[in-house]
Design a binder for this molecule. Structure first.
Ligand code: CS2
Ligand code: MG
Length: 406
């Protein structure tokens, strides 16, 4: 069997998605997600101009060999663009291999280790009453674990407190150029406010509801230690991205001061980004997504490494991971032993029409379905009807104008 066609499909049914579609000489297709939010076209070029010429004529069954040749053969390794491109190829090849086998991908990954995949959803509100309404809405949808994000008094806009796709829907424009929205930040105000939010949520919804929070890379290690400690009375499921983790050593200070479980890794692209964090037991959940970590092949290896330290998986799953990337994640979630939880924000109806998928969501749990492959079909015509829209993630500035992590 040979790969005879490779298409890079860019579509924007509400937000931009990049998908690689490989086709074999026996007419079998495989899909892979290559969406890198706010930098989509860089991966499109990496695939079209550099990777596709290397794939045509090759054997789709040689997944590991192809992965190694794309990773090592590029000479310039790692990084979000390279690893998103390699991820799309890896998942598309696993999709083809599973379709040839006539099995859902999770069966090729060792079969099911559980009946369904536990998820968490996003609750947010600019005020406590608005937040409570958002939590209730998620509970009604069946979610049994909930991430809490709120506005901070005195700040105009804060991460996580926007309607899904808001940034893409209302881009900042300057003489026809689309530019990132600029948000404001004040760490002191945030650190004073967040514990009172969790106190209010616990008082309202009780001690048992698993609660998560994303500090979104905004604190120094000592500030993160303080936040983790101040949230201990509220028994969080986890505190996420509490400090920019390029400085892996910084987590030692956080670990010294708090027992609040820590989740990190959505911006990581290779196992090397985790060596100190996993090796020294400094985190409890690894958050990388299939789409940004080079695919199913390397992510499964990361989970095997994490398992040696009783660290669990928690694959990144916001709305900017396409249904193709989500499907691949759910197959992995069902098969691995050290599964922790899966983030699931869901997608718009239009997106689910462009990407028809076999995975289902009920009672707060996902299941990948039994369709051969990863179980996603791309409606190329509908995708073409929604072309790419220039869009950026917001940026962040402190009160004095200093650039800060968004
Ligand atoms: C976030 C993401 O879901 C999360 O945990 O950190 O929403 C993140 O902001 C986006 O994926 C960025 O594109
Ligand atoms: Mg996050």
């Amino acid at each position: 069997m040979k790969i005879v066609d490779a298409k890079v499909v860019v579509t924007s049914p509400g937000r931009n998605f990049v998908t690689l579609q490989l086709t074999t000489d026996e007419g079998i297709t495989g899909l892979g997600d290559a969406t890198l939010n706010g930098r989509e076209l860089s991966v499109v070029s990496y695939l079209r101009d550099h990777v596709v010429p290397l794939l045509l004529g090759t054997d789709p069954h040689r997944i590991e060999d192809t992965w190694q040749s794309l990773y090592r053969g590029a000479y310039w390794r790692r990084g979000p663009v390279t690893m998103a491109a390699i991820a799309a190829v890896d998942v598309a090849l696993w999709d083809i291999k599973a379709k040839v086998a006539g099995l859902p991908l999770y069966q090729l990954l060792g079969g099911a280790s559980r009946d369904r995949v536990r998820t968490y959803g996003h609750a947010n509100g600019t005020s406590i009453p608005e937040l409570f309404d958002s939590v209730r809405a998620l509970l009604e949808q069946g979610y049994q674990s909930i991430r809490i994000q709120t506005g901070v008094p005195g700040l105009k806009a804060v991460y996580g407190v926007h309607a899904p796709g808001a940034h893409a829907a209302n881009p900042t424009r300057l003489d026809q150029r689309v530019l990132p929205a600029v948000e404001d930040w004040d760490t002191g105000a945030y650190l004073r406010h967040i514990p009172s939010v969790f106190e209010a949520v616990r008082n309202e919804f009780g001690p048992d509801l698993p609660l998560l929070h994303d500090a979104h890379h905004r604190l120094t290690p000592i500030q993160a230690a303080r936040l983790g400690k101040s949230l201990e009375p509220y028994d969080l499921f986890w505190l996420e991205d509490c400090t920019p983790a390029e400085n892996q050593d910084g987590l030692r200070l956080v670990r010294e001061h708090t027992t609040t479980p820590l989740a990190i890794g959505e911006v990581f692209n290779t196992v090397f980004d985790y060596q100190t964090l996993v090796g020294e037991q400094l985190i409890d959940y690894v958050r990388s997504a299939v789409t940004h970590f080079g695919g199913v092949s390397p992510l499964r290896k990361l989970f095997d490494y994490a398992a040696q330290h009783q660290i669990k998986s928690a694959i990144h799953g916001p709305e900017d991971i396409s249904p193709v990337g989500m499907a691949a994640a759910i197959h992995l979630d069902l098969a691995i032993h050290n599964f922790g939880i899966q983030e699931y924000s869901g997608h718009t109806d239009l997106t689910n029409e462009v990407f028809r998928h076999a995975y289902t969501f009920s009672d707060g749990h996902l299941h990948p379905g039994e369709a051969p492959g990863i179980g996603v079909e791309l409606d190329a015509e509908l995708a073409a009807a929604h072309p790419y829209q220039q869009a950026y993630l917001p940026t962040n500035r402190l009160q004095d104008g200093t650039v800060h992590d968004w």
